[in-house]
Design a protein around this ligand. Structure first.
Ligand code: NAD
Ligand code: WQD
Length: 344
């Protein structure tokens, strides 16, 4: 039986494919290359030395999905495909609802049609909204998201809940990621955001390599020990391992389970910047700006449930996150577009 990985050419998808292949799973990957390209698939094969089938297909394309499900033997789906830029989601909300919510409904319909009822879904810590106390626990109320991207994750969680209530034979695992950073240790796969990056780590590495003039630090007056925001950064390889462990939890009986994937540790922006400078030996030019709209002061996970039920504990600390992000950035200044491109 194969695991179908939607969005498997993307940042978290490629790392998860590597972990799955290395743990002996057979996979089939589907992606529309909206935010990735075929080189990502080639590199997953290169890292693992394993072959697998790839389909260029959109999850909103029910006919295309039906053809794949009709032809292939699929046991479960890991569903990464979707749009993920918070700021962009405010500008083009309909695209986010159509891709994320519409795409997931189309996928679930086809899965139902073919009797495949096991799915692992990529949710986000953003569903905890702004009113829960930290650390966030899986049984806290969710919703109250401040942007359309977050709303899509919240809505999809509701849809999965309703689906499970309608038919308890479904086996649903919702994974709420905290802040994924880092790259595969080979330096061959990693994240390459389009345009000016939104997230912390690519902003730091691009300033360090000279692609950005400066790293802009948003807000130094939060009610935190050093005045900068605190987040729970998790190495993408750990995150990928969390998916492999989640798959092992899917069983024949059915169930709906929710797990946080984080480290349980909070790190401030200044702490991450210092860790990066130590790991890379590069002094990063910084420009301090006022707070960024929508940022919470502190966000980190309670990781007890993932530890006790999945046997998942994040292995990698800040140093490794920075070393791997830096290697990826230096060796692939244009992401996966060209081979052999090192700046130094
Ligand atoms: P990514 O953009 O690198 O990967 C997503 C992949 O899905 C891309 O390869 C893209 O081409 C593909 N895709 C997009 N729309 C599609 C569609 N309609 N049909 C088929 N393929 C499509 O993003 P990522 O960081 O790897 O995130 C993966 C998932 O994890 C997303 O659902 C994202 O919302 C979620 N997530 C990400 C983060 C994060 O910080 N990166 C945090 C929490 C949750
Ligand atoms: C972290 C901290 C910034 C960039 C977002 C989404 C969330 C999830 C993960 C997808 C904050 C500060 C950042 C910069 C900075 N994504 N920062 N300068 O906002 O916690 O979460 O990504 O699911 O849904 O909201 O992550 O990396 O953007 O920011 O000072 O150039 O770094 O202000 O304090 P965030 P982030």
């Amino acid at each position: 039986m194969n695991i179908l990985v939607t969005g498997g050419a993307g940042y978290i998808g490629t790392h998860t494919c590597v972990e799955l292949l290395e743990k002996g799973h057979d996979i089939i990957v589907l992606d529309n290359f909206y935010n990735s390209n075929p080189e990502a698939i080639r590199r997953v094969k290169e890292i693992t030395g394993r072959e697998f089938k790839f389909y260029q297909c959109d999850v909103r394309d029910s006919k295309g999905l039906s053809k794949i499900f009709g032809k292939e033997s699929i046991g479960a789906v890991i569903h990464f495909a979707g749009l993920k830029a918070v700021g962009e989601s405010v500008e083009i909300p309909l695209d986010y609802y159509e891709n994320n919510v519409g795409g997931t409904v189309a996928l679930l319909q086809v899965m139902k049609q073919f009797g495949i009822k096991s799915i692992v879904f990529s949710s986000s810590a953003t569903v905890y909204g702004g009113n829960n106390p930290v650390p966030y626990k899986e049984d806290m109320p969710i919703g109250g998201c401040t942007n359309p991207y977050g709303q899509t994750k919240y809505m999809i969680e509701l849809i999965l809940n309703d689906l499970y209530v309608s038919d308890p034979a479904w086996n649903v695992i919702i994974l709420r990621y905290f802040n994924p950073v880092g790259a595969h240790e080979s330096g061959r796969i990693g994240e390459n955001p389009n345009g000016v990056p939104n997230n912390l780590m690519p902003s730091i590495t691009q300033a360090a390599v000279g692609k950005l003039d400066k790293f802009t630090l948003f807000g130094g007056d939060y009610d935190t020990p050093d005045g900068t925001c605190i987040r729970d950064y998790i190495h993408v390889t750990d995150l990928a391992d969390g998916h492999v462990k989640a798959l092992n939890k899917l069983d024949a009986k059915g169930g709906l389970r929710v797990y946080n994937l984080g480290t349980g540790r909070g790190t401030s922006v200044l702490e991450m910047l210092a860790a990066f400078e130590t790991a890379s030996g590069v002094k990063v030019p910084v420009a301090q700006l006022p707070r960024r709209a929508g940022d919470l002061a502190v966000c980190y996970a309670n990781v007890d449930k993932a530890r006790t039920e999945l046997g998942f504990t994040a292995k990698y600390g800040l140093e490794r996150m920075c070393v791997d992000s830096w290697r990826w950035q230096r060796e692939n200044p244009r992401g996966m577009l060209d081979e052999k491109q090192t700046i130094n």
